[in-house]
Ligand binder design. Structure first.
Ligand SMILES: [Zn+2]
Length: 276
């Protein structure tokens, strides 16, 4: 059975505590390890980014991404507001030293972007964080993990503004045309559990149109569990359910899909430099 790279997971999330054995039990279970080649544990603010890094230190197959998500940019879950200048300076300091980056197994800035779904929404504040982090990516050479929810036009504009930065649009919800414009510029497109949803014909048609050499698999766990686990706690061990939907859309076997998407993840994130 092939093993896959989960390019987008949030293993610091408290939801995993509800599992038998919690996140720790899951992340070392033989069944999980038989399906997972590598995982990127993605932070959404600097506090849980540190937790993501600490966890990556414990698992040989796990790397970390550190950054500030557009929702967290508007204030942490407990209501604490974040000051862009202070946060961006701290992030820059953290990722600017290549030795520290390697020690912390940091392979990307993420997740960052725009979220125009949740209210109240402060577009200017989201932009200050997004562009500030794109600039850090440009200066350090790190790739980025983009969260673009109902903000396709504005997100694409930011991509054009930082032409040296490469990355992935995770849980992609945009058009086939925009995906083509992104992949043409060296960007990657991430797909996860939504691909398996009954009403997701449009997403599957986008999946089928995307250059296979620019396609990444992800879970966004603990959220977005694939069918038939919809609504349950998601995890990287469920990636085969996503692969089973995506592989035939590209006329590939599961082995071939795993091989090409693992290689894509390696090309973008350079995982082998930090994983054992
Ligand atoms: Zn996420």
């Amino acid at each position: 059975m092939p093993r896959y790279t989960d390019t987008h997971a949030h293993y610091f999330d408290r939801k995993f505590a509800a599992l038998d054995g919690g996140a720790v039990g899951l992340l070392s279970s033989p069944d999980f390890l038989s399906k997972v080649a590598a995982v990127i544990n993605v932070g959404t603010n600097l506090t849980n980014s540190q937790t993501a890094v600490d966890m990556a230190g414990k698992y040989p197959y796990m790397a970390a991404a550190v950054g500030i998500h557009p929702e967290d940019a508007q204030g942490l879950p407990d209501g604490t507001p974040l000051d862009p200048e202070t946060e961006l300076a701290a992030l820059r300091k953290w990722v600017s030293d290549p030795d520290r980056r390697k020690r912390d197994k940091i392979v990307a800035i993420g997740e960052i972007g725009f979220d125009y779904h949740w209210q109240p929404m402060d577009k200017d504040l989201q932009r200050a964080f997004f562009e500030g982090q794109m600039q850090i990516a440009a200066d350090t050479g790190l790739p980025v993990i983009i969260h673009d929810r109902e903000a396709h036009g504005d997100s694409f504009e930011v991509v054009l503004k930082y032409p040296t930065v490469k990355g992935v649009f995770h849980a992609y919800g945009g058009s086939a045309e925009m995906a083509r414009e992104l992949t043409k510029r060296g960007w990657y497109i991430g797909f996860g559990g939504v691909t398996t949803f009954k009403n997701a014909e449009r997403v599957r048609s986008v999946v089928a149109s995307v250059d296979i050499h620019k396609l990444l698999l992800e879970t966004d766990c603990p959220y977005m569990a694939p069918v038939p686990f919809r609504g349950k706690i998601n995890h990287s061990g469920l990636i085969p359910y996503i692969a089973e939907v995506i592989a035939p859309l590209h006329g590939l076997t599961l082995e071939e899909l795993a091989e090409v998407t693992n290689r894509n993840a390696e090309e973008l994130f350079g995982l082998s430099a930090v994983l054992k």
